[in-house]
Write a protein that binds this ligand. Structure first.
Ligand SMILES: C[S@@+](CC[C@H](N)C(=O)[O-])C[C@H]1O[C@@H](n2cnc3c(N)ncnc32)[C@H](O)[C@@H]1O
Length: 253
């Protein structure tokens, strides 16, 4: 009996090491990963993932706030773009692109040989975004995509870099979204999450709209990506970079 359980433990350990960085993905169906037993707090949807209450989605009525002139100084968006180190010709996805604040700025860097896929779940945001892209002369490079709350809407293995600026914390289905984004990355591609720093009480943003590095890393550990680094040079946000593992993604159950 004892030898049988030893063999089982040994094969389990072998399986986990072969599965690599997403060994924590235990194959449960997505809906079993969420806790919906609690009440919604003021800015949340009452659904919890790894102990974190998911924030409400920012409506398209808030698009003006994304374009506020003081944003550049408050968030050092210029520095964020520099830290991304995008290359001409890169295919980039701006998930939850909103009004397109970053889409046209990234389009200027990747140029005509590149692509920026600007996705959002609100058609109204994409309408605002495309007006802005035309104004900035970036509409040939930026392609709008209407995603769903579970699926980013990108083709498998099609992009080099995926960036979400202040988006992941408000994804209603973070497990499914992350899974679809990782599938859309080419092997070795980057998944970049920019979130207001949850560790820092001085960052003047509602708590559910901030995330700690530890929380993001916990949530990403169930996906076939490897944490690369946290760039901490911005005044309010951290830039968390994950890289897709070279090995093929395990099909989900
Ligand atoms: C706070 S805004 C940030 C917009 C933009 N990234 C920026 O920094 O200017 C969040 C955006 O994410 C979008 N969003 C929320 N959940 C999403 C999802 N699952 N997939 C794609 N977009 C989503 C919202 O519709 C909204 O436009």
């Amino acid at each position: 009996m004892r030898s049988v359980s030893l063999i089982a433990a040994f094969s389990c350990a072998l399986f986990l090491s072969a599965a690599g960085a997403h060994a924590a993905d235990d194959g449960r169906p997505p809906e079993a990963r969420y806790d919906t037993s609690g009440k919604a707090t003021r800015d949340g949807i009452g659904k919890r993932y790894f102990g974190r209450e998911i924030a409400q989605v920012m409506g398209h009525q808030g698009a003006g706030w994304l374009e506020r002139p003081e944003r550049q100084e408050e968030e050092r968006t210029d520095l964020l773009l520099k830290e991304l180190a995008l290359r001409p010709g890169e295919h980039v996805a701006d998930i939850g692109a909103g009004s397109g604040y970053f889409s046209w700025r990234m389009a200027k860097i990747v140029g005509e040989a590149g692509r920026v896929y600007a996705t959002d779940i609100q058609q109204e945001m994409l309408d605002i975004l495309m007006r802005q892209m035309r104004k900035q002369g970036a509409d040939k490079i930026v392609q709008p995509i209407l995603g769903t709350v579970r699926d980013c809407g990108l083709r498998a293995a099609s992009v080099d870099t995926i960036i979400l600026v202040d988006v992941y914390h408000e994804c209603d289905f973070p497990y499914e979204m992350a899974r679809s984004m990782v599938a859309a990355l080419k092997p070795g591609g980057r998944l970049v999450l920019v979130e207001y720093r949850g560790e820092d009480p001085r960052v003047p943003i509602k708590p559910l709209h901030k995330m700690t590095e530890a929380q993001v890393r916990k949530e990403m550990a169930v996906h076939p990506v490897t944490f690369e680094r946290n760039i901490a040079s911005l005044p309010r946000q951290h830039i968390l970079i994950f890289r897709k593992n070279d090995r093929e993604q395990k099909p989900s159950k």
